[in-house]
Write a protein that binds this ligand. Structure first.
Ligand code: SF4
Ligand code: SF4
Length: 388
């Protein structure tokens, strides 16, 4: 059995200024490894037109352009915002999503794909719910593959129907993230409320076993572990268990808070790992400060588009709620949507000369630093991305 790749393989960094810089880079390895996912899609699903678009998008992002000619090449299309679990830092889990619960229909899904497939590489079939609850999820995966795009999914793997493991192993799904933040039922269910760890691990074992018997390399399976106050002591055990089960990658990520959470200070105290942690891997201190606000322009506004089950578009996969929407993926044309007033205004927050012309959720973003949100009172108020 091949041991999964984890950031724990990073060598102990030297001390001093260079050492600190190196350590910061090493600590970010899980993020770099996630970038390997994008590289896979680039290698497997390129056309000359797509490559030219990527070059254009990246150059417009670097130049912080307000009006862009490039088109999004990473799609987040949410099959449902319904979930079987009740995670306390997820707006779906707490019922604060600010959007009617629903399922994306297969017909709408194919129309959305058709609008963006000319330039896109990957489709992330998840955001604010459990994708396996959508009865058409495997048709969506198949259609994504058929359109020369990389299908990726994230699941809590609790609601698996009898046929789902086989469908997952045989489908063209290329990347599967499974969220497991604990190695004992009490710790796991402290956050993944109503979840059943034994069931999840059984499903994971069955999937990997079938994938092996089918002699397939996909889906590539990532075990995602959000490091929190109550589970930081289980990081090393999770790493061991993942190796035993045979997942391809274990990724430990810092906990985030809901973008619109009211009392972030209280939530930080409740969920952030304690700095006094003395676990062998120093998990707590490492993950509390893993992510800081980025000084680059927000790349979501250039590279990706996020479509909700009702077809409406969010500016990124981090914010939620209809009130923050930027448009509609089916009723707006791609050209009109991608340079509408809200997108232009949000991009102008990061440009050197631009002036925002419309209020958007990006005005109060604390993930990417811009003129309107400086100075920030706290250094690491990071938020949740796609939750499952
Ligand atoms: S809310 Fe922040 S991360 Fe999301 S699109 Fe706006 S600037 Fe980017
Ligand atoms: S974080 Fe994921 S698993 Fe938990 S409630 Fe939200 S969508 Fe469901």
């Amino acid at each position: 059995m091949t041991a999964p790749t984890t950031e724990s393989e990073s060598p102990t960094p030297p001390e001093g200024r260079v050492g600190r810089t190196l350590r910061r880079q090493l600590e970010r390895l899980p993020q770099y490894r996630r970038h390997a996912k994008h590289l896979r899609s680039l290698l497997a699903h390129s056309t000359w037109r797509k490559l030219a678009n990527v070059a254009l998008v990246e150059s417009e992002w670097l130049r912080r352009r307000r009006v862009v000619r490039g088109r999004p090449y990473i799609l987040f299309i949410d099959p449902t915002n319904v979930c079987n679990l009740k995670c306390p830092l997820c707006p779906t889990g707490t019922g604060d999503g600010g959007r009617e619960a629903g399922m994306l229909s297969y017909e709408c899904f194919t129309q959305i794909i058709d609008r963006f497939s000319e330039y896109a590489y990957e489709v992330n079939l998840y955001n604010w719910g459990e994708p396996l609850l959508n009865k058409d999820i495997f048709r969506m995966i198949a259609y994504t593959h058929h359109q020369n795009l990389m299908p990726a999914m994230s699941s809590n793997l609790n609601t698996v129907r009898p046929t789902d493991v086989e469908n997952l192993a045989r489908s063209p799904l290329e990347y599967l993230t499974v969220s497991i933040d604990g190695t004992t039922q009490d710790v796991y269910a402290h956050y993944r409320r109503q979840g059943n760890l034994e069931l999840v691990l059984d499903n994971l074992r069955a999937l990997i076993d079938l994938r092996r018997r089918l002699d397939r390399k996909t889906p590539f399976i990532e075990w995602q572990f959000i490091v929190m106050r109550h589970n930081a002591h289980q990081v090393d055990e999770a790493r061991r268990l993942a190796a035993e089960i045979g997942v391809d990658l274990v990724r430990f990520i810092p906990v985030g808070l809901p973008f619109d959470a009211k009392d972030k200070g209280k939530l930080r105290r409740e969920w952030y790992p304690e700095l006094s942690d003395s676990s062998p891997s120093g998990a707590a201190s490492q993950y509390q400060f893993l992510q800081r606000p980025s000084r680059s322009a927000c790349f979501y506004l250039y590279r990706s588009i996020t479509v909700n089950p009702d077809g409406r578009v969010s500016p990124c996969c981090i914010v939620y709620g209809e009130k923050n929407d930027f448009g509609h993926a089916l009723t707006d044309s791609v050209d009109a949507l991608w340079n509408n007033e809200r997108y232009q205004s949000a991009r102008s927050l990061f440009s050197r000369t631009g002036v925002p012309t419309a209020p958007t959720v990006c005005d109060r973003c604390h993930i990417f630093a811009h003129r309107a949100n400086r100075p920030r009172p706290v250094p690491a108020a990071h938020t949740n991305g796609p939750p499952t």
